[in-house]
Design a protein around this ligand. Structure first.
Ligand SMILES: Nc1ncnc2c1ncn2[C@@H]1O[C@H](COP(=O)(O)OP(=O)(O)OP(=O)(O)O)[C@@H](O)[C@H]1O
Length: 175
């Protein structure tokens, strides 16, 4: 039996710095599940593309708070994502634990949140060039017990294996 779900699904990807969240979202996007790209008032940096890392906008573009599914002010600039961006049938969103709690609590009738926790050992993360400072910053993250996630991926694969696994998962989700 196939259950039909009418609400959009947001796959929330959580995990420490360097665990593979962006890699996972990119592979899913290449295979048919788009990702939510956040808006920001920070100026675009060299090498960035509008719509790839962020949508670069002005403070005047900020929507009403009721339209925002996430908001943060970091380094004097604002970042947000909107309810409108979840209107795809299924999409991904790279987010931190606090953001995940907010998403699940505030919008129970707008979309279904499928939470994925990506785990990768710290040696491998640092080995891949992830900044030690970013790993230290992870110590301040709100922790959610692993049993509360819908799906856990231990990214102790080679990059090729990881990419293949995520590709397969994407194709299964789209079936
Ligand atoms: N299984 C793996 N084997 C080897 N390299 C990997 C693997 N998974 C991810 N990487 C590499 O680790 C680096 C960090 O991955 P990625 O940017 O996806 O992490 P992230 O969780 O989004 O990090 P951040 O939160 O800091 O943005 C990238 O260079 C990526 O190619």
């Amino acid at each position: 039996m196939k259950i039909e779900i009418n609400m959009p699904i947001v796959i929330a990807i959580v995990g420490p710095s360097g665990s593979g969240k962006t890699t996972m979202a990119n592979i899913m996007a290449e295979n048919g599940i788009p990702t939510i790209v956040s808006f920001t008032t920070r100026p675009m940096r060299d090498g960035e593309t509008n719509g790839k890392e962020h949508w670069f906008v002005t403070p005047e573009d900020k929507p009403d708070a009721s339209e925002m599914i996430a908001y943060t002010n970091f380094g004097g600039y604002e970042y947000w994502a909107t309810l409108q961006q979840t209107k795809h049938k299924i999409c991904t969103y790279v987010i931190d634990e606090k953001g995940l709690i907010y998403l699940k609590e505030k919008f129970p009738d707008s979309f279904i949140v499928f939470s994925v926790y990506l785990d990768r050992n710290i040696g491998d993360r640092i080995g891949c060039g992830v900044d030690k400072k970013r790993c230290e910053r992870d110590l301040d993250r709100t922790e959610i017990p692993l049993k509360e996630y819908d799906y856990i991926i231990r990214n102790n694969y080679s990059l090729e294996e990881f990419e293949e696994k995520i590709k397969q998962l994407t194709l299964d989700l789209l079936k």
